[in-house]
Design a protein around this ligand. Structure first.
Ligand code: GDP
Ligand code: MN
Length: 377
């Protein structure tokens, strides 16, 4: 789950990481008032759940409240990478001397949190990793002990040579780990962490992603979820209890079970096709779920065919077939659909499905090949 910059900054503040004072507003008039209260030059920043806002024109410096109002009115309503801006953060501007990058993720291959740091801040870390990989320093953290002071000082001293600044940066690295750890984050990032012209170290951007699997014990953080800013397909899937990940291909997939869903995507790739999504409808034959799944897939204009792949174990195929019949009768589908059902009561299921005139496939290979062909034609 992603949260907004202003929310991540609140977590930073609670952990003692210095952040500039700021207010979130939804109208140009309120931006004027906020800038006036702050009483200094401000930055007006689009609050959308995507990076690279600066480049897209969503971050603007304002010397006075009038300018803040002007910028707010141009940024509010703006489209940044497909997301509409409906909130801006009006925050005290800082005089930047240097921009640093500090980020934290889980390094699954080492089963340890990993701190990444670079003196080349302000740039997207993926770009640095590609063009100048040796500029990124890495530090693995033992989850039992957290970031040890000697580690954070060692890392910070490679980012700067001034003793006073090294101490501040080191403390921020330790505190960022606290945020990451307490929030069950999958990512905690400051880009840029800036050194100001008057020698302070301040986080002027903040990004925290929470591990979805930890939300059951992070109720307070889950309240921060901004549904209006998330992908509508993913929101709908979550509400319907489906696991859904949108991909870039043209073969829509509806599958029961995560393993079979993965295998289905692999097979589509093997036969030269591209899956449009991962979708696990779970072990249920509930027509509501099938309808929700179809609706989610149909939102994607890239989808040219749909492959429904069901293995009936505890879930019986005839139940699933009844669910499909109910769903298809309610929906007006004008895309080709291929169904493959196998397992418990598959014969009965085929009889039930005959009524729909659906294309049924005898094997998974068959179904996948047909779905790819239909997507192409
Ligand atoms: P992002 O583009 O979405 O990562 O948004 P950021 O919050 O990182 O802002 C983008 C860039 O705007 C930063 O790298 C800075 O160069 C600039 N910027 C942001 N806040 C300030 C500020 O307070 N003062 C100055 N001078 N520049 C700022
Ligand atoms: Mn940034």
């Amino acid at each position: 789950m992603k949260i907004h910059e202003y929310q991540a900054k609140e977590l930073f503040k609670q952990a003692g990481i210095p952040v500039p004072e700021g207010e979130v507003v939804e109208t140009p008039g309120a931006a004027y008032d906020a800038a006036k209260r702050i009483g200094k030059p401000v930055v007006v920043k689009a609050q959308v759940l995507v990076g690279g806002r600066g480049k897209a024109g969503g971050v603007k410096l304002a010397k006075d409240p009038d300018e803040a109002k002007e910028h707010a009115s141009s940024i509010l309503g703006m489209d940044i990478k497909g997301l509409k801006v409906d909130k801006v953060l009006v925050t005290e501007a800082v005089d930047i001397a240097t921009e640093i990058y500090i980020g934290m993720i889980m390094d699954r291959s080492c089963q340890k949190p990993l701190v990444m740091a670079s003196a080349e801040g302000g740039v997207e870390i993926e770009v640095v990793a590609k063009e100048n990989p040796e500029a990124i320093m890495r530090l693995h953290v033992d989850p039992l002990f957290g970031v040890q002071p000697f580690q954070s000082r060692g890392l910070a001293s490679k980012l700067n040579s001034d003793f006073n600044l090294v101490r501040q940066i080191a403390q921020i690295i330790e505190k960022l780990y606290t945020v990451y750890d307490r929030a069950d984050a999958s990512l905690a990032e400051i880009n840029p962490l800036v050194i100001t012209k008057d020698g302070r170290v301040v986080a002027i951007d903040a990004k925290v992603n929470i591990d979805d699997s930890a939300l059951y014990r992070q109720k307070k953080l889950e309240e921060l979820r901004d549904v209006s800013a998330e992908d509508p397909g993913e929101v709908k899937a979550r509400e319907a209890g489906l696991s859904f990940v949108k991909l870039e291909g043209n073969v829509g997939c509806i599958v029961n079970g995560a393993g079979l869903a993965m295998a289905t995507m692999d097979l589509i790739k093997t036969y030269g096709g591209e899956p449009a999504n991962f979708l696990d409808i779970g072990g249920s034959s509930n027509p509501e779920k099938v309808i929700a799944a179809l609706e989610i897939i149909l939102r994607d204009p890239n989808v040219k065919s749909i492959f429904i792949n069901i293995f009936g174990g505890i879930t019986r195929c005839d139940d699933v077939a009844k669910g499909l019949v109910t769903a298809f009768k309610q929906m007006n589908l004008n895309l080709p659909v291929i169904v493959r059902l196998t397992g418990t009561n598959e014969d009965i299921a085929r009889e039930i499905l005959a009524e729909l005139n659906l294309d049924t496939a005898a094997t998974m290979d068959d179904g996948v090949k047909r779905a790819i062909e239909l997507a192409r034609s």
